[in-house]
Write a protein that binds this ligand. Structure first.
Ligand code: NAD
Length: 503
């Protein structure tokens, strides 16, 4: 059965806001995973059962076992069916095969179920030593999970120049920003930072900034600020306790959320949740830790904290709190796995798990109180063409051409080749910097030129025929073009960036 078939036949229901009637049981797809996965999954399951969590587990296979069976995307069809049914997974780490052409099973799961939001809380745990211990860090990074350069749209442009498309949509930004504010509200958080590189990538990164500025107005109870991503990293290291919620695009969010995991003691402690309208998957941030797999050394805390988020998603707030207290009491009492012992006596996974179970029912004064509510999932229209322009016009074209000529010779060659065309060469750039007809600095470019053409007659309409005529003339002159970009104006505003140095 193909994924598409069962997605359309599965009963439509929302993945989040999953809280249901008190006492209700919830089915969960349990993917134990590879390496230390089965050990931490077993520990987590045991603690949840001891705490009285009302979960019906469906064991499922993904990762190494699936790849070994020849399943190219690393996820068994039965696992996809289980997740389409339960809509909720708790997942151990999965091994990504290197060099066999296999896709990441993690990415398969996230993409097939359009889990567009990656939520990574980062909270200081008691007795965990490190340079930031005692600061009271308690923040969340929300990372957009499906767009940006991670869409993996890559092309070799010339034998020596590669390109990756960074696609950012209003819809993607709106979904992630609304999810962030709903999450902030559900946890009574006070401040959202939108972290972008909008100062450089005004259209793509700037999209998140603009959408956040708009959407934040609907949440006057939450303070909102924009921060440039590099400054965000700097401030996270200087004063991480000042951050509450951070939302970012996919790649920046990936990097920042690993940084924040490091602030509170590392991978063994960092939980994560991948959320979309169709499914939600809770997991640890860490990988399969092959160096300690099967040795009773793994720290189950990250997956346990992911499961605590899952319980809150189901509305089992008291059970979630009881487990958090038991974990806190365990660490306060000096029971540690090797990764966080740092010279103190360490116990194995099993002993650590048993200690947490024996501490269920005890409370820690250090945990603090936070009132949780279910996240209200944002409702963003599904239409692919969500944004419509009142007016739009093709005003020119960028043609990217491979050439080993120096800029002056290249500019003249293109000018000569396209002489008499309806579209006239305005300027040439190399990696975004204008190099012809004038250049600001010495040239040390590559064989990848961007040629910007506008109509020879000012303000004339650009047609596809004019563009194809232009391309034909370039090809005839032996100038190899590898891609074009139409230059459009949307509602009177240019929809393209200027080159560095372009007037
Ligand atoms: P890793 O997270 O597996 O290990 C890095 C280091 O952290 C190791 O020294 C390991 O022993 C330690 N560590 C990690 N989790 C721990 C825990 N719970 N308790 C104690 N120590 C822990 O990263 P890696 O070595 O780069 O990756 C190994 C494999 O995991 C690769 O195949 C990779 O693709 C995969 N991976 C999967 C996921 C996922 O499933 N979400 C995430 C990251 C990596």
């Amino acid at each position: 059965m193909s994924y598409h078939v069962f997605m359309t036949t599965a009963a439509p229901r929302q993945a989040s806001g999953g809280a249901s009637a008190p006492g209700a049981r919830h089915a969960v797809t349990l993917i134990a995973g590879d390496g230390i996965g089965p050990e931490v999954a077993q520990a987590t399951k045991a603690i949840l059962e001891a705490a009285g969590a009302r979960i019906d587990w469906e064991d499922a296979v993904a990762g190494k076992e699936a790849f070994d069976k020849g399943i190219g995307n690393g996820v068994a069809p039965e696992t996809l069916e289980s997740l389409a049914r339960t809509r909720v997974a708790l997942k151990g780490p999965l091994e990504t095969p290197v060099g066999h052409g296999g896709k990441s099973a993690n990415v398969t799961l996230r993409k097939l179920f359009e889990m567009y939001g990656n939520i990574r809380p980062c909270k200081e745990l008691p007795n965990v030593q490190g340079p930031f211990a005692g600061r009271g860090i308690d923040l969340i990074v929300v990372r957009e999970n499906v767009e940006d350069v991670y869409a993996g749209i890559e092309h070799m442009q010339t034998p020596g120049v590669a390109q990756c498309l960074k696609l950012i949509s209003q819809k993607g930004c709106e979904k992630i920003v609304r999810l962030t504010y709903e999450l902030a509200r559900a946890q009574g958080r006070k401040m959202v930072h939108t972290a972008t590189k909008a100062n450089i990538m005004k259209m793509t990164e700037g999209y998140l900034k603009r959408v956040a500025e708009q959407v934040s107005q609907e949440y006057p109870d939450i303070k909102s600020e924009h921060i440039i991503i590099d400054n965000c990293c700097h401030k996270l290291v200087m004063s991480p306790e000042k951050f509450d919620v951070i939302v970012s695009t996919n790649m920046n969010g990936d990097i920042v959320s690993d940084l924040t995991s490091g602030l509170v003691g590392g991978l063994g402690l960092a939980p994560s949740m991948n959320i979309g309208d169709d499914a939600i998957m809770f997991e640890a941030v860490h990988g399969t830790a092959p160096d300690i797999a099967g040795q009773d050394k793994a720290n189950p805390t990250a997956l346990l904290l992911a499961a605590v988020m899952m319980l809150r998603h189901f509305g089992m707030f008291d059970t979630a709190m009881a487990i958090e207290h038991a974990l806190w009491v365990t660490l306060e009492g000096g029971t540690f796995t090797g990764d966080i012992a740092l010279g103190r006596p360490a116990v194995g996974t099993k002993k650590f798990t048993e200690t947490i179970m024996s501490n269920l029912g005890k409370t820690s004064a250090g945990l603090g109180t936070r009132e949780y509510k279910p996240i209200k999932m944002p409702q963003v229209a599904k239409a692919p063409d969500l944004v419509k322009a009142a007016q739009r016009q093709d005003v020119g074209v960028d043609v990217f051409i491979e050439s080993g000529l120096l800029p002056d010779a290249f500019g003249k060659a293109v000018e000569k080749a396209t002489w008499g065309c309806a579209l006239k060469l305005k300027n040439v750039s190399n990696r975004g910097v204008q190099v012809w007809p004038t250049a600001a600095s010495a040239f040390d470019g590559v064989d990848h030129y961007g040629c910007r053409f506008f109509p020879a007659e000012p303000k004339a309409k650009v047609t596809d025929k004019q563009v194809t005529d232009l391309l034909t003339k370039l090809t005839t002159a032996g100038l190899r073009w590898m891609h074009i970009e139409k230059l459009i104006e949307i509602d009177g505003k240019p929809g393209f960036a200027k080159s560095q140095g372009e007037s």
